[in-house]
Design a protein around this ligand. Structure first.
Ligand SMILES: [Fe+2]
Ligand SMILES: [Fe+2]
Length: 300
């Protein structure tokens, strides 16, 4: 029997040792092509062949099992009803940064870096490449939707690769065999390539699985250019931006904007090894940048 999802420590709530474990696993699935350990085939030196599934940790497998089972059309609609009126809390951007920091306090100090460090490393490498300031700012804030954990959302509803619900699940989604446990697979209406959508309807009309991306898009998107909105909303949509799936639901704008989503991904995944940023020196720059785009208080 499964345990109640109501308690922070239950395996149902938190099969990952920390939210970072999902991102660690992403780096194993999509190794850094710039790393000296990775050859032209994307194979990591020392691993005789690339077999993602074999090396997947139990906690990560359990996390995906829950995610694929529980992210249904019904859940995706209900959780939007709960959060998208944006009446859960009023807080400024930096308050959200601090709250997120407290949340991940119990991460493993050997492998996990504080969220703000990941945020600034992502932003600084975007800045170093001479990108516009909204792209730098997007690097800083892109994961703030993880504050969903403040309200006791289980890990499977905060992180993980995202995908459309209400249509057939692509077999390119990581560990897609777990969708067999998703009740939507019993609904013939949801199991055609387009499901409840029209071909080319555009992703804005598509109900995505719920997580930190979609939530933050609704909180902050209105203050940012459309390119930044796409990065925030779809940065975990690996089945599309890495695997090239779900093109049949996209429109022209989606296709254009996904160039930014793809451009963002290496900054998100591959900047953790860089030297810890000098926060004292950098913070004033980021405070000014955030103040340029966001009001003092935001509705969450
Ligand atoms: Fe993220
Ligand atoms: Fe990230």
């Amino acid at each position: 029997m499964e345990r109640s999802p109501d308690h922070g420590s239950s395996p149902e709530q938190a099969p990952l040792s920390s939210l970072d474990e999902w991102e660690e696993d992403l780096r194993r699935r999509y190794p850094d092509p710039g790393s000296p350990d990775v050859d032209a085939n994307g194979t990591v030196e020392g691993e005789p062949f690339r077999n993602y599934e074999e090396g997947t940790r139990d906690g990560v497998r359990e996390f995906y099992r829950l995610n694929h089972r529980r992210q249904t059309v019904e859940f995706a609609r209900a959780v939007r009803k709960k959060y998208l009126p944006l009446r859960t809390r009023r807080m400024g951007l930096w308050e959200a940064v601090n709250e997120l920091e407290k949340l991940v306090d119990d991460s493993d100090p050997d492998t996990d870096v504080p969220q703000i460090i990941h945020a600034v490393q992502t932003a600084e490498s975007i800045r170093a490449d001479g990108h516009p300031d909204w792209f730098v700012l997007t690097g800083l804030i892109h994961d703030l939707g993880k504050v969903l954990c403040l309200w006791d959302e289980p890990q499977w509803a905060v992180v993980g690769d995202t995908f459309p619900v209400g249509c057939a699940f692509s077999d390119k989604i990581v560990l897609s065999e777990f969708f067999a446990e998703n009740p939507d697979t019993q609904s013939p209406e949801y199991q055609t390539p387009c499901g409840i959508y029209e071909p080319g309807c555009g992703l804005d009309n598509v109900l995505m699985s719920w997580g930190h991306d979609e939530y933050l898009y609704h909180v902050l998107g209105q203050h940012l250019p459309v390119e930044a909105q796409y990065v925030i909303r779809y940065h975990s949509f690996y089945p599309a931006h890495r695997e090239g799936e779900y093109g049949h639901l996209m429109n022209e704008t989606d296709r254009e904007m996904f160039a930014w989503v793809r451009a963002f991904n290496p900054y998100d995944l591959y900047t953790k090894h860089e030297a810890a940023p000098d926060m004292g020196r950098l913070l004033p720059y980021y405070e000014d940048l955030a103040a340029k785009y966001f009001p003092d208080t935001l509705q969450w």
